[in-house]
Design a protein around this ligand. Structure first.
Ligand code: GL2
Length: 814
């Protein structure tokens, strides 16, 4: 597509789609007209991709996820189509700057963090690797809240991402499904006289599809992200309307539409809310009905379902799908239980994303019975057959059987969704080597002993398109100029950079790129916070959700330690550092919100104290999201991956930093272990207890206060926080945090403090030798190829889904 063609299309869209003469058009209008221009192009690829699916007997990967954290579409689509230069020129001729139009896009924040962003990276890789795929999820009207910082505290602002419309999606009112809730079940006799069960629901909502095209990088494959939006079945209950109950009549509509209103903003812990279960069932039912419709449309028998669809459960959130597919096959399609079960298990794969016990989803039985009475019966039946087979073939004792059961009978009875997912899937995986091993040893041990062959590891990955080529154009240009552009789709080629780590001229260019990225971030931070950062300082960055296990408070204890050292001796020669934090806390997470307040409070004191602020600064970047993440990862020197060992399933931010040449200070947790293996232990700053050591320490009876007594720097830091030094004399505000650490410290912050500080001192030493630091930085990028989502998706496709590449030909390029 040439610049003149693009220009013409933008003008056409201004006139015909938006209805504004160019002289009156705002930046937002231009952005939309450009987005529609790009979308037209995607649609051509999309039609050909769908055509290929219809003409050939192909298998599709269906990724079921309650979250898709896509990030802005425009920049990514221009990159993947390879038309950025033409577009830049076209809009310039119309008096616009492309960067200004890019800034007009509201980020679709339909996810909380790593899990939702992983789904988005996987969609990018599936299309780029030319694998047919459908992403199925929820079109939340309000995504993750916008975070503002007021007086150091997090404030949550409703995310109205749809307020100016969404040019990337296409509403498909013809693709709708009914989803039932509530009511009861009853026996009846079918035409042949056989006794069957039917569900008599007392409510229904309609799910409508909104499709977003997902374009692969420089290929013709364009897949679909299909998000479901809930609507009332009828606008009014006319019965109620006619009898004068107007408000009662709209009530049903209001309740139905509530289902997809808002994303639950909790990153990990279980919430157990009724509306959340409704959301899960709603999108899963729509998605499975959609697959069955596609199967029928191709004239395929139901038995072929697993040959046509590989359905991946992104955590347990969609795991009700196991019971729903059984219901659709047995009740609606009248398959035998045995046939339906074979189909179900062959179809599903389950990815576990967390070991945190409080995050493992369970639903109270009464709630389940009230909303999904038929599914409860089906789960009972699955459980009865499963436990009978366990008793029979594995001779398990009662205790064992109890532990395996889909129903937790300790206290209030609850359905264990992870167990349902395990029983209903032929493949079960963790998201990093360590995590997959720990799964087998802890939460899923009994299932591993039963079916070791179902367990496997799929280490996470991130897309190098968005997180390198798009986010870090300068580094990408340097790399491409040096080793060619093959790395964008074959990140293992980054290895070719290794010898250049010994080339002083190359190192200088590498440093200049980093410097320029840091300047850009410093400008952004100044604008957002008023805090000035010097790009020649070390940028020490921790961005991720705020959670105790991720230990942002360990990081801030290091800041306070350096502050104390400088206060004691203002002439102390320490390497100047900017500590940059970012991340949202779940609105109801009391301690996490106090950690944000502490970071800002320490920042206020440090940044305003002339004794220290020439060597230390602290900035909290508000509203960490995909968009500003793209500014942050390329500007980091040091990546903080300091979770307590055994708690972070994988992490994916760690990979984004490494690919962009940051060095990591980290524990042996999640994918850090593999990052260190790849980049070499000499290029990684390791500290902290191992998983085994944390378990041992906690078993022995951990006494956090002993560590305070044994370490004067730690004692001083804690004393300062407690004394109100960072809170204008207020000794109450941080008391819950201090008490929690001193009395229980569930994530072993104190136990790891001394080793962390020693390691940070080592970091500071290495930083003093810029040539060596740069050498290490280059080697980090060069050896991080494994962490591309392309590698991860190839493994899923080859080892779990059996989904092959299908090159798409464009027949009629007009
Ligand atoms: C998470 C894990 O915490 C994180 O370590 C992992 O990288 C991602 C993706 O696999 O999944 N699990 C989870 O519930 N959330 C995550 O980010 N929210």
């Amino acid at each position: 597509m040439s610049a003149p063609e693009i220009k013409k299309s933008i003008l056409d869209h201004l006139t015909y789609s938006i209805g504004r003469p160019p002289s009156l058009a705002s930046k937002q209008d231009y952005y939309k007209a450009l987005a529609l221009t790009v979308r037209d192009r995607l649609q051509q690829h999309w039609v050909e991709t769908v055509q290929a699916y219809l003409e050939q007997d192909l298998k599709v990967a269906c990724y079921l996820s309650a979250e898709f954290l896509m990030g802005p579409h425009l920049g990514n689509n221009l990159l993947n189509l390879g038309i950025e230069n033409e577009v830049r020129q076209a809009v310039k001729e119309m008096g616009c700057e492309l960067d200004e139009l890019l800034a007009e896009e509201e980020e679709p924040g339909l996810g909380n963090g790593g899990l939702g962003r992983l789904a988005a990276c996987y969609m990018d890789s599936l299309a780029t690797l030319e694998r047919l795929a459908l992403g199925y999820g929820i079109r939340y009207e309000f995504g993750i809240f916008d975070q503002e910082i007021r007086d150091g505290w997090q404030c949550e602002i409703t995310d109205k991402w749809l307020r100016s419309g969404n040019p990337w999606e296409i509403a498909k009112p013809e693709i709708t499904y009914y989803v039932n809730f509530g009511g009861h079940t009853e026996y009846y006799r079918d035409e042949a006289g056989a006794e069957r069960i039917r569900w008599v629901p007392d409510r229904a909502v309609k799910g409508m599809a909104y499709d977003t095209p997902i374009q692969g990088y420089r290929v013709n494959t364009c897949n679909t992200l299909r998000l479901w939006s809930a609507e009332a079945c009828e606008s009014f209950d006319f019965q109620a309307f006619n009898t004068g109950d107007y408000y009662g009549a709209v009530d049903d509509k209001v309740i139905s539409e509530t289902i997809t209103k808002v994303l639950y903003p909790n990153d990990e812990p279980e919430i157990g809310k009724r509306l959340r279960l409704l959301q899960q069932y709603f999108f899963v039912s729509c998605s499975l009905q959609d697959m069955l419709r596609l199967l029928d449309a191709q004239g395929q028998p139901t038995q072929r379902f697993p040959e046509k669809f590989a359905v991946q459960l992104n955590d347990t959130h969609p795991s009700i799908g196991v019971a729903e597919l059984m219901r659709l096959l047995v009740d609606e399609r009248r398959l035998s239980w045995e046939d339906a079960w074979d189909i179900t298990v062959l179809t599903f794969g389950y990815t576990n994303h967390t070991l945190l016990p409080e995050a493992l989803e369970t639903w109270p039985l009464p709630l389940f019975r009230e909303l999904l009475p038929r599914h409860l019966e089906i789960i009972y039946e699955i459980n009865a057959r499963f436990l009978a087979s366990v008793r029979e073939t594995h001779h398990q004792d009662d205790e064992h059987v109890k532990r395996l059961s889909l129903i937790d009978e300790n206290g209030e009875k609850r359905i264990r969704m992870a167990h349902l997912a395990c029983v209903g899937s032929h493949a079960i995986n963790g998201v990093a080597a360590l995590h997959s091993e720990l799964l087998k040893r802890s939460v899923l041990k009994d299932f591993y002993e039963l079916w070791p062959e179902r367990f496997n590891n799929k280490t996470n990955g991130v897309t190098p398109r968005r997180f390198m080529a798009l986010a870090n154009p300068k580094l990408s240009e340097l790399i491409t100029r040096t080793i060619g552009d093959g790395w964008i789709t074959h990140t293992e080629e980054l290895r070719m950079l290794e010898p250049f780590s010994e080339d002083a001229a190359f190192r200088k260019e590498w440093r200049l790129v980093k410097q320029s990225n840091k300047q850009q971030l410093a400008d952004y931070i100044l604008k957002q916070t008023g805090i000035e950062l010097d790009p020649s300082w070390m940028f020490d960055v921790q961005v991720k959700r705020i959670h105790e296990y991720k230990r942002q408070h360990l990081n801030i204890l290091h800041v306070i330690t350096l502050y104390n050292r400088l206060k004691r001796d203002p002439k102390l020669a320490i390497a100047p550092r900017a500590f940059i934090f970012g991340g949202k806390a779940a609105p109801g997470y009391f301690i996490a919100k106090r950690i944000i307040k502490l970071i800002n409070a320490v920042g206020e004191v440090v940044n305003n104290d002339p004794d220290v602020n020439k060597k230390l600064r602290v900035a909290f970047v508000p509203n960490f999201n995909v968009q500003n993440g793209q500014l942050i990862y390329p500007a980091a020197d040091l990546s903080e991956q300091i979770s307590m060992a055994g708690k972070e399933a994988s992490g994916t931010g760690n990979m984004k930093f490494t690919l962009n040449g940051a060095l990591t200070i980290g524990t042996l947790d999640g994918a850090n272990v593999e990052i260190r293996d790849e980049v070499g232990e000499e290029n990684f700053f390791l500290f902290g207890l191992t998983t085994e050591e944390t378990l041992r320490l906690q078993q022995q009876g951990y006494r956090p206060y002993a560590y305070v007594e044994g370490n004067s720097e730690l004692a001083e830091a804690i004393r300062l926080i407690a004394s109100g030094h960072f809170s204008h004399g207020d000794t109450e505000v941080f008391r819950p945090l201090v008490d929690n650490l001193c009395q229980s410290d569930p994530f072993l912050v104190f136990a790891d403090y001394a080793d962390y500080i020693a390691c940070q001192d080592k970091v500071a030493g290495v930083w003093k030798d810029p040539e060596n630091w740069t050498r290490m930085s280059i080697l980090n990028t060069a050896r991080a190829g494994k962490f591309s989502s392309d590698r991860a998706i190839r493994e899923y496709c080859d080892e779990i889904w059996d989904v092959r590449p299908v090159p798409i030909m464009i027949k009629d390029k007009t």
